[in-house]
Ligand binder design. Sequence first.
Ligand SMILES: [Zn+2]
Length: 256
Amino acid sequence: MTIVLNEHDWAKERIDTRTLGKKPFETLSRVSKYYLDYGYGKKEARKATEQFLLQCEPTASIPKWADTLELALTRALKYDAIQIDGIGITAPEMARIDALEGKQIRRLAFTLLCLAKYWNLVNPNCDSWVNNKDSEIMRMANINTSIKRQSLMYYTLNELGMVQFSRRVDNTNVKVCFIEDGDTIMTITDFRNLGYQYLKYHGEPYFECANCGLVIKQNTSAGRKLKYCPECAIEIQTQQKVNFVMRQRFKDRLQN
Ligand SMILES: [Zn+2]
């Protein structure tokens, strides 16, 4: 599952905007959970989730979706909803990250820190261990580089005592060792593009989409500042066109 800090708010937003998104199973599972937590029984939650699916995709075939709907409900019954308002980064933690040599390694350390803090909140026994997939970590950190360079960055962080590796052979588990109390100087509420959020915090030209909150690079060569991410820009432009056409039709009708 993609990390979402406040799963109820997230599900509510999807329900209100009738959005299935790119990962239908994740959406359906969170929507089922939302209904269950708001007092629906198993059957009612399943029915309401089915309704939601049809609102998003009016042509969807329920028999075809039956397995996914069932699995989504099973998952919703099994796990508690995650309800985290935000994850705070402290001044000493940021100082440790900022002192690293190299832009990519700073983004990697920052992302690992956010993940460790997230898992500590979700499961208090996890003791700052991060076991997300490497590809997932790199995507969140906005790092695109060879496996060799990735390993080198982990090696450096380990040499500096900032991370530890698991003794197990799989080597995908990393323990973050630089969590430190202090003044909170940054609060993370969205786990998409953590690398860019780090750069934005340090004054680089990144901005938060006014519609979906995704942090992306500001195109500084363009004359005016961007307000929306490309996906939302297209969506909003289409909506504006529709509104324009509707207004014209209305005007025409008034005149005739
Ligand atoms: Zn957006």
